[in-house]
Design a protein around this ligand. Structure first.
Ligand SMILES: [Mg+2]
Length: 442
């Protein structure tokens, strides 16, 4: 487990809300297609008996369908299952709308995945006096927009317990964990019911004599240190005692990459696009190295005549993938070109091209942290290997680029591979990557 390098913040009176959409992909399909409602639906990346179900509707789950099962096996337990191919763009669109609803209540909203968000209400303690009532309003707002979508909301003094509270009641849950009721809730759970405790951690705890979440909470910090072999044990102790160890910010403010274009590059639109890819990939490398994703991308084009074009792109889902960043930038360029009726922003008058990323989110919170359900990760990996077998090996790049199963299907169509040249091993590299950087901080 990754160690939290930031200092532990102990804030009394913190209020965190965790929102988890129930059976999200399947419910989005049922939202869009009323004939699928109240029926067992299995969402697949492609239509084949060998394909794995990446999401099952509430009805399919009740019949024993589990995420990751092959369609063929699903039919054995649930003969009426209706297979539906995934529509990532639809799920993202709804995600954006739901995030917008959450932001009407609180500025401090962090998307944890496409179907989960954390709302830090700590600075709103004097603004609202009943957070259960706020949670009900949020549910009502979501239902008003999407009548078939349900969510479980957890309220607690820290992110971990708020997330745990969403696991206690599904679908359509609303539970607050408080110092008064925590032991009652923990008493009903197994160790592996705690987000972040899978079988390896369960074994560690059992070896030291801790057999239940309740025993874990009432163990000393020293004993938990022994179980987890260090600081991670302190974190567990703090989580179960209402302290915050899972929300923290990253020290970087911005990262930039920019190049002044040479004449041969300015004169070829394709070369300029490749340069844009190189800049984005450079930033991807740096974000990977620093273990962060960004929620904001700025792109600047400077022209010889002193003019400049700037785009500021704010993202609902944090990105680290250079090709995704480039796609967002190209979309902005196309919008501008259309609305101003110009052929292209990338003319032979471009002097300098620059990309900056900012609003960083630590990747631990996105991928490897407590908030990732191990099952989901396993499914992503499995599905990815299926895709590798089915399509070309390099078509799906490294696993860390894929945050949620739904984005996977999009990964097949990422960017335009023609702008990249294969190296001797057949790996895709961009020839402009080999040029020297002239990075600058904006
Ligand atoms: Mg969910």
């Amino acid at each position: 487990m990754a160690v939290n390098s930031n200092s532990i913040s102990v804030k009394h009176n913190s209020i965190v809300m965790y929102v988890d959409m129930n059976s999200y992909f399947a419910s989005c399909e049922q939202q869009r297609h009323p004939h699928l409602r109240n029926k067992p639906v299995g969402v697949l990346t492609y239509d084949s008996p060998n394909a794995s179900v990446i999401a099952a509707s509430i009805e399919a789950k009740r019949m024993g369908v589990k995420t990751g099962m092959r369609l063929y096996d699903c039919k054995l337990v649930c003969p009426d299952i209706i297979p539906v191919t995934t529509h990532p763009a639809r799920y993202r669109q709804i995600h954006v709308e739901i995030m917008a609803i959450l932001r009407t209540y609180c500025d401090d909203v962090i998307a944890k995945s496409i179907d989960e968000a954390l709302m830090n209400f700590t600075s709103y303690r004097l603004v609202y006096n009943d957070f259960t009532e706020i949670a009900r309003k949020i549910k009502a707002d979501i239902t008003a927009k999407y009548d078939y979508l349900k969510c479980s909301i957890g309220i607690a003094p820290n992110a971990f317990l708020a997330k745990l509270a969403t696991e206690l009641q599904k679908p359509d849950g609303l539970i607050e964990i408080t110092p008064d009721n925590i032991d009652g809730h923990l008493a009903k759970l197994k160790l592996t019911d705690l987000p972040g405790i899978a079988s390896a951690n369960e074994r560690r705890l059992q070896m030291i004599g801790i057999k239940s979440p309740l025993e874990m909470r009432h163990s000393s910090e020293a004993l938990l240190r022994k179980a987890f072999g260090g600081i991670v044990g302190n974190y567990w102790h703090k989580r179960l005692h209402f302290m915050e160890v899972d929300i923290y910010s990253n020290p970087f403010k911005t990262m930039s990459a920019a190049r002044t274009l040479s004449k041969p590059i300015r004169e070829s639109k394709q070369a300029m696009d490749s340069m844009l890819i190189a800049l984005c990939m450079r930033l991807e490398q740096r974000m990977v190295k620093n273990k962060v994703f960004c929620k904001e991308i700025h792109c600047t084009i400077r022209y010889f005549d002193g003019n400049r074009w700037e785009a500021k792109i704010k993202l609902a889902d944090p990105v680290q993938d250079g090709m995704h960043m480039r796609r967002y930038i190209l979309e902005k360029m196309t919008d501008h070109e259309r609305s101003h009726q110009i052929t292209t922003l990338l003319t032979d008058k471009v002097q300098n091209l620059g990309v900056t990323v900012l609003s960083f989110v630590d990747e631990k919170l996105l991928q490897y942290g407590l908030f990732d359900n191990q099952m989901k990760q396993d499914v992503v990996r499995k599905v990815m290997y299926e895709m590798k077998d089915k399509y070309r090996k390099n078509i799906v790049r490294k696993g860390s680029e894929i945050l949620v199963p739904g984005i996977l299907k999009d990964a097949i169509g990422f960017g335009s591979v023609k702008d990249m040249s294969p190296d001797s091993d057949g790996a895709v590299v961009n020839k402009f990557m080999l040029e020297e950087d002239d990075d600058y901080e904006m």
